[in-house]
Design a protein around this ligand. Structure first.
Ligand code: ZN
Length: 280
């Protein structure tokens, strides 16, 4: 599932291939991907306009629009909003060559295209989401949208003091607290498990029982794990060998001590951890 590092990779992909370009045609290939907007309204808002800038917080991505040709004195345009759901990713095709980013599989790039943004020269940016949990829509004001969702600060933007103060106000088990997007935005299931593994913290440990050393470690590892993944352009196989992420799944073993990993549903999510390194 795309988490903060994957969505940051999508943002940079748009910045690289689509910013400053006029969208000649919008094709909605599966209307179920639309949220709070009709097909006609999405097309009317985007078609003929330029992608001007991107804003990301957590797993939420917004793309600014402006009239093509630098027209002024026009009503402010809404922002295009993309959420990548379970299996979302982007691809860009130019002169028959397709570039894909995280999760992209060039062999099946056409199968699950939900929205296509075509540019004047025949190139196009495709939004793929096989499972249809992702969303495309329009928002007038990204800040108001994020406030309404009670989204916390971005996990790669928050400073240590703010993060620890917010964390200490929470009750309950650490893993579900880390997944709560109102604490910080962007941590999902996989990277929450990784942070806890790196800090040797049991995922069911109560926040109130964490030592200062463990709290400091959580901040440091949140930044390290997310930034390492952004730096790897979300290619998870390139992450450090000592990461738990390579061992999730059946018969996974701890990369430190080879203990068989425990699998447990915690906070409604499948959680992997090492019962030796992360004692209760
Ligand atoms: Zn271990």
């Amino acid at each position: 599932m795309p988490e903060l590092p994957e969505v940051e990779t999508f943002k940079r992909f748009i910045d690289r291939y689509a910013l400053g370009r006029a969208v000649q045609e919008v094709q909605v290939l599966h209307p179920k991907i639309l949220e709070g907007v009709t097909q006609a309204a999405l097309i009317a808002a985007v078609q003929g306009n330029c992608f001007t800038r991107t804003v990301r917080r957590g797993k939420h991505l917004f793309i600014g629009l402006a009239p093509a040709g630098g027209k002024t004195n026009v009503k402010a345009l809404p922002w295009l909003y993309l959420h990548f759901g379970m299996t979302g990713y982007l691809s860009y095709t130019e002169q028959g060559r397709t570039m894909v980013n995280a999760y992209g599989d060039p062999a099946r790039t056409d199968a699950h295209v939900r929205v296509r943004f075509a540019f004047e020269d025949g190139s196009h940016l495709d939004f793929h989401e096989q499972r249809l949990f992702g969303k495309a829509g329009l928002v007038d004001d990204p800040q108001a949208y994020m406030d309404a969702k009670r989204l916390g600060p971005d996990a790669l933007d928050v400073d240590c003091k703010t993060f620890l103060a917010a964390l200490k106000r929470r009750k309950g088990q650490i893993k579900p607290v880390l997944l709560d997007q109102s604490l910080v935005a962007g941590i999902g299931n996989v990277y929450a498990d990784e942070m806890l593994f790196q800090c040797r913290i049991h995922p069911e440990k109560r926040v109130a029982d964490l030592s200062q050393g463990q709290l400091d470690c959580l901040y440091a590892q949140m930044v390290a794990v997310l930034q390492n993944t952004v730096d790897a352009e979300a290619a998870r196989e390139q992450l450090p060998k000592g990461y738990l992420i390579h061992h999730r799944g059946k018969k996974g073993r701890c990369p430190r001590d080879k203990t068989p990993l425990a699998v447990q549903t915690i906070g409604g999510r499948t959680t992997y951890f090492c019962p030796a390194c992360q004692p209760e």
